[in-house]
Design a protein around this ligand. Sequence first.
Ligand SMILES: *Cc1c(COP(=O)(O)O)cnc(C)c1O
Length: 373
Amino acid sequence: MSSTSSTNPGWVWGQVPAYTATAYARLAQRFGAVIGADPATTDTLLVPGEAIVALEAVAREAGATGARVLNVATSQYGRLFGEWMQEEGADVTTIAPPVAGTAVSLAQVVEELETGYDVISFVHGEAATGIVNPIAGIAGHARRLGVVSIVDAVASVGGEPLTASSADVIVLGPQKALAGPAGIAAVTVSEAGWKALARTPRRLASLSSVSLLDIRRDWLDAGQVAIPGTPAPHELWALDAALTAVEAEGPDAVVARHRLAAAASRAGLLGLGVRPWADDPAQASGLVTAARLPEAVDRDAVVALARERFGVELTVAPGGAAPQLVKIRHTGRTASFETVVAGLGALAGALSALGHPVDTGAGLAAATEVYTA
Ligand SMILES: *Cc1c(COP(=O)(O)O)cnc(C)c1O
């Protein structure tokens, strides 16, 4: 076990040992360190609850300043984020790419951003559709205009190159590429990020479970001596274990392993003769590789055949957003050759069985070649 981890408590399910405040402070720093957060300039806060709780906390307090917000929605997460901010009083403009389920173009965002905003919010990587939005261009342009950037990186941390300094507020989740628990998340906040947050003016209660400012008051500004609230210790130990594994592999190696699986899956699709969902490889996710099936193909039949005959779970985009989209999920520990080859083989087999022959050999050879090179 790595020296950075707390000692293995040896528990099973009962009598979970307490997680100490010292280890809790370290845990937040270790999570931030996955994206190179420098504690001198950036705070990393742990937020108990699934990642959407951290996202709501950010949205509510970013909305409460009444800021002019440009919200980019490339999935239901982005739309929801904009709605939360608007509920709190922000003046929110939501834009979406012209084709649902695709990445937003830098040009579209820049043109809108020039019209005058205080804050921009967007999702970095979309696990739903397997696309990645151009974070460097968007956040870089926002910074030049003095616009605070807020990024949902739950489905990109560990799967795409990402550094804490690229945006002012970044929401991280351990449960996707980092192969960690789903019941705790983290948020990195720069000095400019803190200035963009405020408590809702209507608030009466002294404590909110969706408030970064309360966590700051009760933890960062209180000497980090008592963990605020009662986060489930199982989640803390599980996050500790997940980060220990990430540290042992190296965060860059985790990203490289995901990018390799994505590159091989993409090459495999092209070898099969199936069009990748993202036309530009720079916009293709490291967590999942989405394919665009021809209109004549019954996507649900492909998914069913892949499961029944090949034992492989191909997935689809939620909410019917992209009816011809089907995904090979290579997230976390499954970002491996095994997953890629099984996914491509099952897709090829299902398509052929349904009367849409593809070049299975060429697809598998192309994927293998990527791992060989
Ligand atoms: C998975 C995901 C989340 C977090 O969802 P939870 O259901 O809370 O785990 C947030 N944003 C994006 C883009 C995601 O893919």
